[in-house]
Design a protein around this ligand. Structure first.
Ligand code: BG6
Length: 470
């Protein structure tokens, strides 16, 4: 819809930025931290480990000062479960609590609202060795971990996120470290893991409301519009099926406490429907999230399968992952979009479509917890970093966010990926997302110096003008 006037971004809008613990902190085994699946997983050849990352663990004060200088109103980061409870369900590590209390107090000092993700891909390895999310007892371990977080940080945190991109952990289990297996058995197991994570999330949301009544909590999946390649009803059917499996399976449970009908049909047809125990539905219905957070990078385009062909990625354009399902959908390219140097499609209007869709389905406030461009940056001789491609990407998405607000979306915050350079999940340090450059390479830690990119100054002005100057 066209709008004769735009409302602009609301007063008090949370202009933020995001990171995750294992991708930014480093100090992988310091001060009592236990190992997570990210520390023990087999690395993709040519990519660095997460032992040092951006060394934020030793630079946090300097980093927060830079976030404050940029003007951030919100900082979304994750707490490493293994710093708080090194083996996942045993003793609490006081040094881990101290680290995050210091960080939170520093953020509060600068009036930056923390948005805390409890779990971002880094399950304690000790739990993984006991079966990880396939083992129902991991639900109790997560609830206990959350309880520690509410008790230790409840006075400093208002906004909580449960699990980052649960849908990507299921759909791309091998890349992210949720599974080592392949084939039917792996899928059956992954959907059982998914059911356990959904239960864990629901119990933690309920606990949050009981223990911290002033707090707000939401899920944080990766959501994107799924286009049909053509208006052929068969292609439209394929896009709806894929969207149910990719998007609504996760959000419908988080908000309504029930499995999406089409996704259920798929799970039953494939023999992947999880084992559900007595009381599970009641647990799922008790979640009641206060808002929806989601990560958005791009859209997907699919078509009906033809002649047994099938090739689609849940994050279309990411060359590392490609899945498709015979009889359901196949990937298609979208001639209206361009791609980044890492092959990811860019679709700002798709961002508005996705925001509109989520707002219409769930009627809850929305915070964007990731959105951004991974690119190789060059440091000039004078230390400046010119990243117009990143500014262009973010600007185009913010323009669409503003239109979505005019459409009626209750968007309350925008936290692009990432506040500072960090290690990509599977494509190394060279794929940079940050407003702040960290001077290291994949195989050379250099001096880890922080440098402000052009996008830093651009975003600073966006925040200063509350989005009036994009
Ligand atoms: C999201 C994750 O999927 O995308 C982040 O939550 C990740 O952890 C981001 O870094 C960008 O993806 P990648 O693979 O380029 O790191």
């Amino acid at each position: 819809m066209d709008h004769s006037t735009l409302k602009g971004f609301p007063e008090g809008f949370f202009w933020g930025a995001s990171t995750s613990a294992y991708q930014v902190e480093g100090a992988w085994d310091e001060d009592g931290k236990g190992l997570s699946v990210q520390d023990t997983k087999e690395l993709i050849p040519g990519t660095p480990d997460f032992k040092v990352s951006s060394d934020h663990y030793h630079h946090w004060k300097e980093d927060v000062a830079l976030f404050a200088e940029m003007g951030l109103k919100m900082y979304r980061f994750s707490i490493a479960w293994t710093r708080i409870i090194p083996d996942g369900d045993g003793e609490v590590n006081r040094a881990g609590i101290a680290f995050y209390r210091n960080l939170l107090e520093e953020l509060r000092k600068y009036h930056i609202e923390p948005l805390v993700t409890m779990y971002h891909f880094d399950l304690p390895d000790a739990l993984q060795k006991k079966g990880g999310w396939s083992n129902r007892s991991t639900i109790d371990a997560f609830v206990r971990f959350a309880n520690v977080l509410f008790e230790e940080f409840g006075d400093l945190v208002t906004y909580w996120l449960t699990i980052n991109e649960e849908n990507m952990m299921i759909l791309h289990g091998k890349a992210i470290g949720t599974t080592l297996q392949e084939g039917e058995e792996a899928w059956r197991d992954l959907y059982q893991q998914n059911h356990h994570m959904l239960l864990a999330q629901a119990r933690v949301m309920k606990l949050c409301h009981e223990k911290c009544p002033q707090a707000k909590i939401g899920p944080a999946p990766n959501i994107s519009e799924v286009y049909a390649e053509t208006c052929n009803p068969k292609d439209v059917l394929a896009s709806q099926t894929f969207s149910a499996i990719r998007n609504w399976l996760y959000l419908d449970v988080a908000v309504y406490g029930r499995y999406n009908a089409i996704a259920s049909g798929y799970l039953r047809e494939k023999g992947y429907y999880p084992q559900v125990e007595e009381g599970d539905w009641e647990t799922l219905k008790g979640a009641n999230p206060d808002f929806i957070a989601f990560n958005y990078y791009n859209t997907s385009t699919v078509a009906a399968c033809r002649e047994g062909e099938s090739n689609v990625s849940a994050r279309v354009g990411d060359q590392q992952v490609s899945v498709g399902e015979e009889g359901l959908y196949r990937g298609a390219s979208n001639p209206h979009l361009y791609r980044t140097e890492f092959g990811w499609e860019v679709d700002p209007i798709g961002f508005r479509n996705t925001l509109d869709m989520v707002a219409s389905r769930y009627g809850l406030p929305i915070i964007i917890t990731e959105n951004g461009l991974g690119a190789r940056d060059t440091v000039e001789e004078d230390g400046s970093i010119h990243d117009p491609y990143r500014i262009d990407y973010l600007r185009k998405h913010l323009e669409q966010a503003e239109l979505a607000i005019a459409d009626g979306v209750d968007l309350i915050g925008y936290c692009p990926w990432s506040a500072i350079d960090l290690i990509s999940t599977h494509q190394g340090f060279g794929k940079r997302y940050g407003f702040i450059y960290v001077n290291r390479e994949d195989d050379d830690l250099k001096d880890l110096k922080r440098l402000k990119k052009d996008s830093f100054y651009w975003y600073q002005n966006v925040i200063r003008t509350n989005g009036k100057e994009l």
